[in-house]
Design a protein around this ligand. Structure first.
Ligand SMILES: Cc1cc2nc3c(=O)[nH]c(=O)nc-3n(C[C@H](O)[C@H](O)[C@H](O)COP(=O)(O)OP(=O)(O)OC[C@H]3O[C@@H](n4cnc5c(N)ncnc54)[C@H](O)[C@@H]3O)c2cc1C
Length: 389
């Protein structure tokens, strides 16, 4: 079943001059500031704090936040383009940017009270504070609805106990939005979201994970031990946290589709350049059909993924539901990204296996895209549910 015609009507992929300028400035920043140091951060797994703060000065950490709250007030087209340009150079910084914008900041923007927005959005949009978002737990990833971390009401306070893991900015973030159980297990209305600041007694980060890829992006545990949170830190209604989280992921998946595109495009650009330069059997390897057909497939699949991504972005800009469309974009783009990164290493041959060339890192970073913000299998569930309802 295709999308109703109305969803595709008026879809226009021509970028405005302003959008092109944003792309160009992000590209320049990534080439000048990130490219020279990206392997140092990858090797050391250090979060590039200064670079991230500069993203804030460029307006990239509050891209979707209205100007009245200190954000850039852009739409999803600008957001997708910025992630693509950043991720073509370093996907791990682009992942951090996407998580900061779509998850923590996005959740407060969408469900916060006027006071919560006034307090937190300017801090997050400028990059003064870095935001984390905690849904996943050690035993509940895809099955997040069965989470074990609880919040129990005690007068005007809630007492939180439990742990979240795999949390982007769990260590470097100053504030986290966390979704915890306040009702019965298995009840999608049994969870509530809270804003919790670092420094709150009983709240700390645990282990920082040592990862295959996206190594400069901080991924850590969050631990809650008798952590008391005032009710004013609650985001939205009691029992609505899980429903809110699913809505946040609907938008967030567009950013993971963009991240996937960034890696695939970066890998394709590197492969085209290399295959024209690398000579074997007295000619550039691009002249072998075995290589040029790979390039053709890579380019075609990237463009198909790009269409799905901008289509979801367009619907989001129009305030329409993107549940099925963002799942399609995220799933397809992430699978294309893994495939393209794999082919890129093949085109580079032995040099693709070395850290001296960018495709080795793209290959490692790519795999996160089929896992984070819902695995490929979970996207299929989302798409199938939308078709069958
Ligand atoms: C680098 C990184 C950053 C992350 N950042 C965050 C973050 O900021 N905040 C956050 O909350 N989480 C974050 N995550 C967690 C991420 O969202 C989860 O890892 C993901 O949702 C999968 O959960 P899991 O790892 O527990 O895998 P599992 O849920 O255990 O899945 C294992 C396998 O089983 C499959 N599977 C599970 N259920 C089904 C089913 N019903 N049908 C078919 N197959 C199924 C999965 O697709 C997968 O292949 C991050 C993860 C990583 C790696």
């Amino acid at each position: 079943m295709g999308a109703p015609l109305t969803e595709l009507e008026g879809l226009d992929f021509r970028f405005t001059e302003n959008q092109k300028m944003i792309s160009e400035s992000v590209k320049r920043f990534a080439e000048e500031k990130i490219r020279p140091v990206l392997m140092d951060f990858d090797e050391s797994q250090e979060f590039p704090l200064e670079i991230f703060k500069e993203l804030g000065q460029l307006g990239l950490l509050g891209m979707l936040v209205p100007e009245e709250y200190g954000g850039a007030g852009f739409g999803y087209f600008e957001y997708v383009q910025a992630i693509i340009e950043l991720g073509k150079v370093d996907p791990s910084i682009a992942l951090s940017m996407a998580a900061h914008n779509s998850l923590c900041t996005g959740h407060i923007m969408m469900f916060g009270t006027a006071e919560q927005k006034k307090k937190y959005l300017p801090l997050l949009a400028t990059g003064e504070w870095i935001g984390a978002w905690g849904l996943t737990e050690p035993n509940t990833g895809s099955d997040a609805g069965n989470m074990l971390t609880t919040a129990v009401k005690d007068g005007d306070y809630w007492v939180i106990n439990g742990a979240k893991n795999f949390i982007t900015h769990g260590k470097v973030g100053q504030v986290a939005v966390v979704i915890v159980r306040t009702g019965e297990k298995g009840d999608s209305h049994g969870m509530t979201a809270f804003i919790i600041e670092k420094g709150t007694p009983g709240f700390r980060n645990g282990k920082k994970e040592n990862k295959l890829g996206m190594r400069a992006s901080d991924t850590s545990e969050l631990i809650f031990e008798e952590c008391r949170i005032h009710d004013s830190q609650r985001l939205g209604e009691v029992g609505e946290g899980f429903i809110q989280a699913m809505k946040i992921l609907d938008g967030g998946r567009i950013s993971i589709a963009a991240l996937s595109l960034s890696i695939a495009k970066g890998a394709l650009e590197a492969s085209i350049k290399y295959s024209k330069e690398r000579q074997q059997f007295n000619k550039p390897i691009a002249e072998f059909q075995g290589i040029s057909f790979k390039l053709a497939d890579m380019a075609m699949e990237i463009e198909a993924a790009e269409l799905l991504t901008y289509r979801a972005a367009d619907l989001k800009n129009k305030g329409l539901s993107v549940n099925k469309e963002s799942a399609m974009a995220k799933m397809y783009a992430s699978e294309v990204c893994v495939k393209v990164a794999n082919e890129a290493v093949q085109i580079f041959g032995g040099y693709g296996f070395l850290k001296d060339f960018p495709v080795e890192k793209f290959y490692r970073d790519a795999k996160l895209c089929t896992i984070g913000e819902g695995t490929t299998e979970i996207q299929k569930l989302v798409i199938a549910r939308a078709l069958l309802k």
